[in-house]
Design a protein around this ligand. Structure first.
Ligand SMILES: Nc1nc2c(ncn2[C@@H]2O[C@H](COP(=O)(O)OP(=O)(O)OP(=O)(O)O)[C@@H](O)[C@H]2O)c(=O)[nH]1
Ligand SMILES: *[C@@H]1O[C@H](CO)[C@@H](O)[C@H](O)[C@H]1NC(C)=O
Ligand SMILES: *[C@@H]1O[C@H](CO)[C@@H](O)[C@H](O)[C@H]1NC(C)=O
Ligand SMILES: *[C@@H]1O[C@H](CO)[C@@H](O)[C@H](O)[C@H]1NC(C)=O
Ligand SMILES: *[C@@H]1O[C@H](CO)[C@@H](O)[C@H](O)[C@H]1NC(C)=O
Ligand SMILES: *[C@@H]1O[C@H](CO)[C@@H](O)[C@H](O)[C@H]1NC(C)=O
Length: 474
């Protein structure tokens, strides 16, 4: 069976449209000839007009941009649901999944907030979060897209995009009506509410994990993780045109207990698969470099921050063991080849290791497949070879390769700009490429409790259409 066409046909193919950053100003120093200086000024002035024109065009073209959903008319009896986004990409994705599910169950259209990439805005209680979101505004710094200045340090640290740039939301056309909210200014809701902010039904969360939305309430629900529960059937009776929620992050935030709801949930997940053209093409190139589908296995280790650094050593060991177990279950020869390696790598103080080149590994792997499995390591740490918690992994699997080994392929992403703010979004696409490469490995082992890993797991099981020898959750 050939998975390459099958796996990638799942993703569809969009035509790529590149957005280039306007060239930076070049200031020529000319002291002697003031006429030249005046001409210079004039040219700069014209160029400034040109740039302003360009950014305005970019803005007004936004809705006709292939990435944005076509704006829909608002129906007279249409009702809406919306929510506040927060945290990293995968937390926002989970919020999106939950909001789609809840909107469907409420028979309401969903007003999508933008997707925030880069430096995350973490969760705060409703009023605070809404305020922080509206303050995330680059308008006053828009010159930063054209010039470099100390004021612009943070300009490229984050960017906002329509979700449709990352996922193909047209897949929901027959499922639910989607509208985009291209600003978190409260005023942006007016156009859905007959020009006013009156009568919006807010459900404000004050605590983290406060409100859960339940489709078939049970008595034992009171013992769950969430502080309060809302009966979805009751919320369906709400007559306000707009319901505005705070955070909807959390795996069980919106329950899907009925068969119908479960069907909706599965449908939603199955449509949220990266569709960004460069993400797809670059991940394909890296997979080819690794010897193609079926030729490599993958591990995701999240070890840099929060709960993940605290458990880094243990998690990496767990991942190495799980990968060894999977390989052995798949082919007994792996154990024979790796029993010794594993014992050796567990002995302390042994930090030196030799990593063969990728070409050498491809050769070794061809000659002795069970001795030298090729591993793609997706990780949040910038220099995996120097991170001592990863030493055991490189010891056990010398043929382990990671993003830094594919610089040439990843450079492609540098041409991706957000037309709205001129920010280069290439760096934000790297984790998505890594997810795609990892998901396409023969077996996948992730990091406990990481939503990033959990998403790779979903993509992996979906693309391969089977479970791994050990059916891990992450
Ligand atoms: N390049 C790369 N970056 C990663 C990887 N894992 C985590 N990261 C980075 O860590 C960030 C945090 O992960 P996200 O999933 O966005 O954040 P989150 O929503 O808090 O998810 P988790 O903390 O993993 O549950 C990602 O956006 C990446 O910037 C990885 O394997 N490769
Ligand atoms: C869903 O809402 C629409 C109006 O937006 C209404 O016409 C339709 O009857 C509703 N469907 C159900 C099942 O309530
Ligand atoms: C940013 O603020 C300006 C006003 O200063 C406003 O016109 C614009 O819509 C805001 N942008 C976003 C994305 O909220
Ligand atoms: C949930 O709401 C529906 C509709 O109002 C009602 O029939 C049902 O009894 C409620 N369930 C609970 C546990 O309150
Ligand atoms: C390795 O992991 C431990 C926790 O298991 C952590 O305390 C330590 O800081 C980590 N080392 C590095 C280099 O990240
Ligand atoms: C994740 O945690 C469970 C126990 O909570 C453990 O059995 C499993 O091995 C861990 N997985 C990894 C990859 O560390």
């Amino acid at each position: 069976m050939h998975f390459i066409s099958h796996r990638f046909s799942l993703l569809g193919s969009l035509t790529s449209k590149t957005h280039r950053k306007p060239p930076k100003f070049k200031i020529y120093r000319e002291h002697r000839y003031s006429r030249v200086f005046v001409y210079g000024l004039f040219i700069v002035f014209i160029w400034g007009l040109f740039c302003a024109q360009r950014s305005i065009t970019a803005f007004t073209n936004f809705y006709s941009n292939t990435y944005s959903l076509a704006p829909k008319e608002i129906l007279s009896d249409e009702k809406f649901l919306t929510y506040l986004p927060h945290s990293g990409f995968h937390n926002q994705r989970i919020e999106l999944e939950n909001a789609l599910l809840l909107a469907k169950q409420l028979n309401r259209s969903l007003i999508l907030p933008p997707l925030y990439l880069g430096e995350p805005l973490k969760w705060y209680s409703f009023d605070m979060l809404y305020d922080l979101l509206r303050q995330r505004n680059k308008t006053e710094l828009s010159y930063c897209s054209r010039v470099s200045s100390a004021m612009c340090d943070k300009y490229d640290a984050w960017s906002m995009l329509p979700w449709n740039k990352i996922y193909n939301l047209n897949a929901f056309q027959d499922f639910l009506r989607l509208h985009e909210r291209w600003s978190m200014e409260p005023e942006a809701l007016k156009r859905f509410n007959q020009g006013t902010l009156e009568g919006i039904h807010y459900i404000k969360d004050i605590w983290k994990d406060e409100i859960q939305y339940i489709d078939e309430p049970r008595i034992q629900d009171t013992r769950g993780r969430y502080l309060t529960r809302i009966n979805i059937s009751e919320l369906r009776l709400q007559s306000a045109r707009i319901i505005c929620l705070g955070s909807v992050f959390g795996t069980h935030r919106v329950t899907a207990r009925t068969d119908q709801a479960l069907q909706y949930k599965n449908f939603i997940r199955s449509k949220l698969i990266y569709s960004h053209p460069s993400v797809l093409s670059v991940s394909k190139e890296i997979i080819q470099k690794l010897g193609g589908l079926h030729n490599y296995f993958s591990i995701h280790t999240r070890i840099e921050d929060s709960i993940f650094i605290v458990n880094a050593e243990e998690n990496v060991k767990g991942s190495v063991n799980n990968m060894l177990k999977m390989l052995t279950l798949g082919d007994k020869n792996y154990f024979r080849a790796h029993g010794d390696l594993l014992r050796a790598s567990h002995s302390k103080g042994n930090t030196a290791f030799h990593r063969p080149s990728l070409d050498k590994c491809l050769q070794l792997h061809q000659d002795h497949p069970t001795h030298y499995p090729i591993i793609y390591l997706s990780t949040d740490t910038p220099d995996p070879l120097r991170n001592t918690n990863l030493t055991i992994l490189f010891h056990t699997f010398p043929c382990t390769f990671f993003a830094g080994d594919f610089r040439a392929e990843l450079t492609e992403l540098q041409k991706e700009y957000n037309p709205l703010d001129g920010t280069n979004i290439g760096k934000f696409l790297v984790p998505m490429v890594e997810s795609m490469v990892a998901a396409n490995g023969e077996y996948f082992v992730g990091t406990n409790k990481s939503t990033f890993s959990e998403n790779i797991r979903y993509l992996h099981n979906t693309f391969l259409g089977r479970l791994d020898p050990i059916p891990l959750k992450y």
